[in-house]
Design a protein around this ligand. Structure first.
Ligand code: FES
Length: 107
């Protein structure tokens, strides 16, 4: 396994109910989808990583994913969005523009 050149981080941070929202189980489901996508493509194993992460910041818009080195952010990722990210970004190498999250000060 070489050094990854593309790295997907998926927030799975879990907070107690009643406070600020967290990606939690919904993030874990996204993580699972991405892992399955990577598992199905051995040609990517040497260059692509998928890793669970703690809170990435946009908790109110979760589940949240960030991809480096592109610094492409995705938010509100559900099962169908996760499938699209797998197909187009993880396997295809191109960000899914429609699903990109823009930070408030991001122009
Ligand atoms: S809890 Fe997932 S981004 Fe903060």
């Amino acid at each position: 396994m070489g050094q990854p050149t593309r790295h997907f981080f998926v927030c799975t941070n879990e907070r107690p109910p009643g406070g600020k929202p967290s990606c939690g189980a919904r993030g874990a489901a996204v993580l699972q989808r991405l892992r399955e996508g990577l598992a199905a493509h051995p040609e990517l194993w040497g260059t692509t990583s998928v890793t669970a992460s703690g809170c990435l910041g946009p908790c109110f818009d979760g589940p949240t994913v960030v991809v480096y080195p592109e610094a492409v952010w995705y938010a509100r990722v559900g099962p169908s969005e996760a499938a699209e990210i797998v197909e187009h970004h993880l396997v295809g190498g191109a960000p899914v523009e429609r699903l990109r999250y823009r930070w408030p000060d991001d122009g």
